[in-house]
Design a protein around this ligand. Structure first.
Ligand code: ATP
Ligand code: MG
Ligand code: MG
Ligand code: MG
Length: 479
């Protein structure tokens, strides 16, 4: 089964259970100050879950294009995180509850997708005896149902609003899969931060509305919100251990390799080059979809996130195609393939093709010229250090390169190492912190800090000014 077939099958299954199909919302949330991007299928249904809005349907299903920049650092390191992915979803707004949600997720996995249920595991919130008992009635053995705490099994989109305990579906990909195995460690089972036990579906039982002061009030009605990662599901069905090895990515990766002038097939390139290829494939999808939804590159907020994602992709182009001319865009060449693969379901990227390609080309060329002037500044700092008989680049210099020339600190570090120098990364962090504190303004809103995976306060007039909001980061794990 191909990715496109699985998406269709999911929607049809829930339509057959009287769910109304609702098209994907934009990746750019409209009228929601609390998030920069749409991070889950439920984003567009928030008001239905709180009861503020009543729609003609009580059951919904869809495939939502999601952006989670908080997962950026995992891309390439593990096989299960993308920064842009599709979430298949089903909802009950005060209609059915735990029993049907669990039953249908199990039935779809077992009977429709024919997943190997001998490798199946479920998790429930440690307090949720009801969900535990329902899994038992499905025939899942007791020792395959794991009770986990808030970190894994309590879901909320933000510091306030609808939330509740959840139950997740996992498949064991085998003892030779995952980072624990690679490091010779024993994997602790579902909930371990490694690829072996793959979480593919989250069933959230929305029953609380969290208030500003943290108290949990009962919602006027109990609802269900489920989210299932299309790329992960497809990988399981296609027998792959990485999202990036599913059919949807094949042509995109081939195009990247071909453009880079590499003659060998994608599967034969070194593992380091594979990481670069996956990162580029991931980032170009994010850029195609967000630019297609009207976002722009800029120096603050959302546009700054896009800028950083593009720069990261360009650095990986440097690894894959070191001789790529700096006055030509590499990334714009890949957009058409992403559109060929995904445009049928998301026609907005077809309609906005020229806009997407133009924006990516301009930004990439702009970054290349910044990089050149940054390199000149870097050389200047090195000469200064040499004059002082120092083999270390100061935190202030690393900060200036970051702040004014867009040099990520790890790039500066690599350049330093090549010359037998060290970069003072501790000092750099101090300068970053000072800058954050300088721009800290009266905070009124909360948003998820995609870098630090924690909630921060921000001022709408200056979305980059931030202040850690320590109270919730243990409870809210979902980016
Ligand atoms: P993980 O623990 O693996 O980071 P999560 O618990 O953060 O996943 P949820 O918020 O529960 O994920 O989202 C519902 C589903 O969406 C997950 O079960 C998974 O299938 C999928 N998903 C979440 N994050 C990603 C991602 N970065 N890339 C691809 N699929 C994802
Ligand atoms: Mg999880
Ligand atoms: Mg989850
Ligand atoms: Mg996550």
């Amino acid at each position: 089964m191909k990715t496109n077939d699985i998406r269709r099958k999911f929607i049809q299954f829930f339509e057959s259970k009287q769910h109304t199909y609702v098209p994907s919302a934009s990746t750019i949330p409209i009228g929601d100050q609390t998030i920069l991007f749409t991070i889950a299928g439920m984003t567009q249904f928030k008001s239905c879950l709180t009861g503020e809005e009543v729609r003609p349907y009580k059951r919904a299903t869809n495939a939502q294009k999601c952006i989670r920049v908080g997962d950026l650092d995992d891309v390439g390191k593990d096989g299960r995180h993308c920064t842009m992915f599709e979430m298949l979803g089903s909802w009950s707004f005060g209609d059915y509850y735990k029993k049907e949600a669990i039953q249908w997720a199990y039935e779809f996995s077992k009977d429709e997708l024919k997943l190997d249920m001998s490798r199946f595991w479920a998790t429930v919130h440690h307090s949720d005896d009801e969900a535990f008992a329902i899994w038992r009635t499905m025939g899942v053995p007791e020792n395959r149902i794991v009770r986990l705490g808030d970190k894994d099994n309590f879901w909320a989109m933000g510091p306030t609003g609808p939330c509740g305990p959840c139950s997740e579906l996992y498949l064991d990909q085998g003892e030779h899969v995952g980072q624990c195995y690679e490091k010779g460690l024993k994997c602790s089972g579902p909930g371990c931060d490694c690829d072996r036990y793959l979480e593919f579906w989250n069933l959230v039982f929305m029953q609380y509305n969290r208030q500003e002061d943290g108290t949990l009030l009962d919602l006027p009605m109990k609802s269900v919100d489920t989210g299932c990662g299309l790329e992960r599901l497809t990988a399981l069905i296609q027998g792959k251990t990485s999202n990036f090895d599913i059919d949807l990515f094949t042509k995109i990766k081939e195009k990247i390799i071909h453009t880079a002038g590499i003659k060998s097939p994608v599967n034969d390139i070194s593992s380091q080059l594979k990481v670069s290829c996956n990162v580029i494939a991931d980032h170009i999808r994010l850029l195609t979809f967000t630019l297609g939804d009207g976002a722009n590159f800029s120096n603050e907020g959302r546009g700054y996130v896009l800028r950083r994602v593009l720069r990261r992709a360009v650095r990986h182009v440097g690894k894959l195609a070191p001789n790529w001319p700096k006055d030509k865009s590499f990334l714009e060449n890949i957009v058409a393939t992403v559109i060929d693969e995904m445009g049928e379901f998301y026609p907005e990227i077809i309609q906005n093709k020229a806009r997407i390609e133009d924006a990516i080309r301009n930004e990439e060329l702009r970054f290349n010229s910044t990089l050149e002037s940054g390199l000149t500044k870097f050389q200047h700092f090195i000469e200064e250090a040499k004059l002082k008989n120092k083999k270390i680049l100061s935190g202030e210099n690393v900060f200036i390169l970051h702040d004014s020339f867009g040099f990520p600190s790890d790039l500066t570090q690599i350049l330093c190492e090549e010359l037998g120098f060290k970069a003072d990364l501790e000092g750099f962090k101090k300068h970053m912190q000072e800058q954050k504190e300088r721009s800290r303004a009266e905070a009124k809103f909360y948003k998820f800090d995609q870098d630090d995976s924690t909630w921060i306060e921000f001022h709408p007039a200056n979305p980059l000014s931030d202040k850690k909001f320590a109270g919730y980061n243990l409870v809210f794990n979902n980016t």
